[in-house]
Unconditional design. Structure first.
Length: 329
């Protein structure tokens, strides 16, 4: 990795240079201490200066049509005057070393568009954990002039919650299916979603898609209304035939104006920031403590005793905590 000074990144981002944007994201992902120092300065510089943006999260099982949709929808947004950045959180890349979202060719047209920036799955990041750097990547994209940020994830594990905590609008993508299929969607994700889009509403499946929409709407009806007063909307689209993009965009826009009208949009972003800070700070504090030689020695000793049933878990914890308190006084 080539290394540059802070000014290089700041100037490059201001001039909306995609090469510098990619380098800046690599910088924040780096685990080297010197890189991290520059990254921290950079993020501190850009935090105040970005223009308004909309952050959209998209989740759905593999094969549902996410990348086809983003390819078409991204181009649609560019036609509406937006600059579109696509970031991916890919839970599979960690285990396999490869990445199912990381394949740029999946969004070939969009990736060639100068108004688009596509970042394949972040490398070397722990999924979901506080070490994930997607939030920073979002901020860097915004600093480089991108005002529509799409964060894509495969609906596996905790990645939806992670994405939901970093976007304004969370979109669940499903395929036309029977009512039974719909019951397979985790309730938690349905509740989290601000919008549900039924993709592949074309050809033979068009009719089924309409029925799915009805089924979904009546299922959603049973949920308690959300605190924000927004109720989840359902739209049909076909990424293949490029239909329904306008409906999805309208849905995002009406959400945005509803949230802005009572300041919930900004409030949501601030509380996301606060919990991001708390997570990072707590993690950092823990790390500092664990790195203390005295504590780590004690912990190892206690692990051994716990393993051999020489001490109860609660007693061991208590000993550990009194050692921490002693160290801090
Ligand atoms: P992803 O894994 O969710 O990103 O899904 P892909 O975008 O890779 O699409 C999976 C498959 O579904 C591909 O074969 C696509 O051609 C197909 N597909 C995607 N969108 C549509 C659509 O709107 N209609 C139809 N009929 N097929 C689609």
């Amino acid at each position: 990795m080539k290394r540059f000074d802070l000014d290089y990144y700041i100037t490059g981002l201001k001039s909306q240079n995609n090469v510098v944007l990619a380098q800046a994201i690599t910088l924040v992902e780096s685990k080297r201490k010197t890189d991290q120092e520059i990254a921290d300065q950079l993020l501190n510089e850009i935090v105040k200066g970005s223009q308004p943006s909309i952050r959209i999260g998209i989740t759905g099982t593999p094969g549902v049509g996410k990348s086809s949709f983003i390819e078409g929808f991204g181009s649609y947004l560019i036609d509406q005057g937006k600059k579109v950045a696509v970031l991916a959180i890919d839970p599979s890349s960690q285990k396999t070393g490869g990445s199912i979202l990381g394949d740029k060719t999946r969004m070939e047209t969009l990736s060639r568009n100068p108004q688009a920036y596509i970042r394949p799955s972040a490398s070397g990041n722990t999924l979901g954990g506080v070490n994930n750097r997607t939030r920073e990547a979002v901020l860097l994209c915004e600093a480089a002039g991108y005002d529509a940020i799409i964060v894509e994830t495969v609906g596996v594990g905790q990645s939806e919650t992670l994405v939901n905590n970093m976007v304004d609008f969370f979109l669940l993508m499903i395929q036309p299916g029977s009512g039974d299929d719909l019951q397979g969607i985790k309730k938690g994700i349905m509740e989290m979603a601000h919008g549900i889009v039924i993709n592949k509403a074309d050809g033979d499946q068009a009719k089924l898609a309409k029925q799915s929409k009805k089924d979904l709407l009546s299922a959603l009806h049973l949920f308690a209304p959300s605190e924000t007063g927004w109720s989840t909307q359902v739209e049909l689209c076909s990424a293949l035939e490029k239909t329904g993009f306008d409906l999805v965009w309208q849905m995002v826009q009406s959400f945005q104006s509803a949230m802005r009208s009572n300041s919930l949009f900004e409030k949501n972003r601030s509380s996301q920031n606060v919990s991001w800070f708390e997570d990072r700070a707590n993690f950092g504090i823990l790390q500092e403590l664990v790195d203390q030689p005295k504590l780590s020695a004690l912990q190892q000793e206690l692990v051994l005793k716990v393993r051999q049933n020489e001490i109860s878990v609660s007693k061991a914890t208590e000993e550990m905590l009194s050692a921490v308190k002693e160290l801090l006084t």
